[in-house]
Design a protein. Structure first.
Length: 132
């Protein structure tokens, strides 16, 4: 499994992400999907904002250039696409066999890939998989 890179975000980006939660009243998962950031990361930023420490996060890091930020995003997308490709290669035999076969395949692939990612690629619900 290829490692997905962790992002480094500017102070302005963090503040805008917190505003999505506090002012626009988006849920953490929805904000995470819109920004392509883990909901737990956004939650940490919201907690830091409430404690008045949001501007201190990343204080000692050198700011990234636009080119470096684009490179990080591109590497992350490439790692996700490679994982999707590998999941589809390994599970192509079960895609037409029904949902139960997909659940069994997720059970096999969970040792090599993140389960939420596999569920999304194979188009099955989390509740269905866990009740199976």
């Amino acid at each position: 499994m290829e490692r997905i890179l962790r992002g480094r975000y500017t102070k302005e980006f963090r503040i805008e992400a917190v505003k999505l939660i506090t002012e626009d009243h988006l849920s953490l998962p929805e904000a995470g999907r819109r920004l392509n950031v883990a909901p737990s990361t956004i939650n940490n930023w919201v907690k830091a904002q409430k404690a008045g420490r949001l501007t201190d996060i990343g204080k000692f890091q050198r700011p990234l250039t636009d080119l470096e930020m684009e490179l990080y995003r591109t590497k992350r997308e490439l790692a996700e696409v490679k994982m999707e490709r590998d999941i589809i290669k390994k599970s192509s035999s079960v895609l037409c066999k029904g949902v139960a076969a997909r659940y069994a395949m997720i059970n096999e692939l969970r040792l090599h890939f993140p389960v939420p990612f596999v569920k999304r690629v194979l188009s099955v619900s989390a509740s269905g998989y866990y009740s199976w």
